[in-house]
Design a protein around this ligand. Structure first.
Ligand code: ADP
Ligand code: MG
Length: 262
């Protein structure tokens, strides 16, 4: 029986290497996510967050387990998600306009039509005056906004964002966090979001998964109480402060159990 959940992840395991060198990157990972929800994943380095994303993106085959979107298998089925990484991966020789329209032009949409389609997202992200520039002419925050627009322009309803704001300064980050919340709520995107920042997870998410390391596995799944959009001030409510304390404690225990990652 296929699961009723929008995104259904069940019993997913992946090991790298064999014998003494074997690493259980993730073991028996299961969770469900409903459409339009924003789920953050927090865990120590090496707990398998990127491995899990690569599996959900259809780029890496798990040893065991099921991943479905509306009942359709995502295993080795790339193209069902929009995937964005910390490094913006913009093509340096193409203009911002040609970068953000890449997924459309690859599908055969004309450059002109593709840019017409992309303009509202580019405008929402404050990039209208940057469209003719090349990536090295933009600031780090502007490049991440361009990468976000490119990810949105894939038109995929499920977005995988792997530490997209990790390299940005605090103010730029806050701005992009607000932008992401607005866009995802407006477009009813479903988002999986990796971060190392507990406050960022509390600000953006409907749900938070905490992962442990060796083997990479889920140790807690939170459904956050306060409705979104949240502001920095709204993080001061007692329920969220209590959850933050618990999360920091869980992460601290994991790091103590396994030592600082190399
Ligand atoms: P995270 O993104 O949480 O930091 P990763 O998913 O990148 O963790 O890695 C999980 C574990 O799997 C780590 O121990 C890492 O060294 C190992 N690993 C990841 N990818 C490979 C690979 N292609 N070959 C061998 N080991 C890998
Ligand atoms: Mg990673």
């Amino acid at each position: 029986m296929p699961s009723q959940a929008y995104l259904h992840v069940e019993g997913v395991s992946k090991q790298f290497g064999n014998g003494d060198d074997a690493v259980a990157a993730i073991k028996n990972v299961s969770f469900d996510l409903e459409e339009g929800r924003f789920l953050s994943i927090l865990g120590p380095s090496g707990c398998g967050k990127s491995t899990l994303f690569n599996i959900i993106a259809g780029l890496l085959k798990p040893d065991e387990g099921t991943v479905t979107l509306r009942g359709q298998s995502m295993i080795m089925n790339p193209g069902m998600t929009g995937y964005m990484l910390q490094k913006d991966l913009l093509l340096p020789w193409r203009s911002i306009a040609d970068n953000i329209t890449l997924s459309q032009t690859l599908r055969g949409v004309s450059r002109r039509k593709a840019l017409q389609n992309a303009r509202p997202d580019a405008a929402a992200c404050g990039l209208e005056s940057m469209l003719r520039r090349r990536p090295d002419e933009l600031s780090g925050g502007q490049r991440q906004r361009a990468a976000l627009v490119r990810t949105l322009q894939t038109g995929k309803p499920l977005l995988l964002l792997d530490e997209p704001f990790g390299a940005l300064d605090a103010i730029t980050r806050l701005h992009l966090q607000e932008l992401l919340t607005d866009i995802c709520m407006q477009k009813n995107k479903t988002v999986l979001f990796v971060t190392h920042d507990v406050d960022e997870a509390l600000l953006l998410s409907d749900e938070i998964l905490i992962m442990g390391v060796q083997p990479g596995r889920i140790i807690r799944h939170y459904h956050l109480p306060q409705p979104k959009p949240r502001t920095v001030e709204s993080l001061a409510i007692p329920e969220l402060i209590a959850i933050k304390g618990e999360i920091l404690h869980l992460l601290d225990e994991e790091v103590k159990r396994h030592g600082e990652p190399a």
